[in-house]
Design a protein around this ligand. Structure first.
Ligand SMILES: N[C@@H](CCC(=O)N[C@@H](CS)C(=O)NCC(=O)O)C(=O)O
Length: 213
């Protein structure tokens, strides 16, 4: 059994989608970020960063943090949704690093400055909205001539990128002018496991109005 510490937010939804796709039995432990439960002594003992998602795989006594590391672990455990070896596997890992080091942090800062910040900081809004647009352009190029990031096969790379695109759309950051990205977003979103995953343990919250620089 897998214990899944999560919340209704982007990085949690990525892991929820993977668990639903792969069909592992799991138990949800909701950690409310809004109530600061991630910083309780009990949760900090599980993950010192205070962040979700985290899984505990009781079968092998493993606690794992970082959403993309968790996606890779679950896909390897199931033997599905990631190439098992060779150049294709390295490409998948390269794209997971790209997601975790570029799309996640930049979209996260954009969400912070344009939506959640209690102050209006025009430089922060401009910088991260610009970064977001550059990433949309890059992702559109990466998806040119292919249905999914790795080609014809849906994989955990799609799940990794989908989490933040789902939140971007929710927050009103449009990317429909990029035809490859738009078609991929709809293709991935039409999967039943994806539709379920973005509601586990709850949907994204209603957001404050978007700020303008
Ligand atoms: N790099 C981490 C980021 C995790 C993350 O930022 N989680 C957010 C929710 S989506 C969180 O727990 N925020 C609460 C906090 O930072 O205190 C991952 O990919 O898992």
């Amino acid at each position: 059994m897998i214990e899944f510490f999560t919340f209704g937010s982007t990085n949690g939804h990525k892991v929820a989608i993977a668990l639903e796709e792969l069909g592992f039995p799991y138990e949800v432990r909701t950690v409310s970020i809004f109530a600061n439960e991630g910083h309780s002594p009990e949760f900090l003992a599980v993950n010192p960063t205070g962040k979700i998602p985290v899984i505990r795989d009781r079968e092998v006594d493993l606690v794992l943090t970082e959403s993309d590391a968790i996606l890779l672990y679950l896909a390897d455990k199931a033997g599905r949704l990631v190439p098992p070896s060779g150049k294709e596997r390295m490409r998948a890992i390269e794209l997971l690093f790209l997601q975790a080091s570029l799309q996640g942090p930049m979209f996260g800062q954009r969400m912070h400055f344009s939506i959640f910040s209690t102050e209006t900081v025009p430089y922060g809004i401009r910088r991260y909205e610009e970064q977001g647009k550059n990433i949309d352009k890059l992702v559109d190029q990466l998806l040119a001539g292919r249905s999914y990031f790795l080609g014809a096969e849906y994989s955990i790379v799609d799940i990794a990128f989908y989490g933040w695109y789902f939140a971007a759309k929710w927050a009103g950051f449009e990317f429909d002018q990029h035809a490859n990205l738009k078609a991929w977003f709809e293709r991935v979103g039409s999967r039943p496991a994806v539709a379920r995953g973005v509601t586990i343990p709850s949907s994204l919250p209603r957001l404050p109005a978007r700020k303008r620089a």
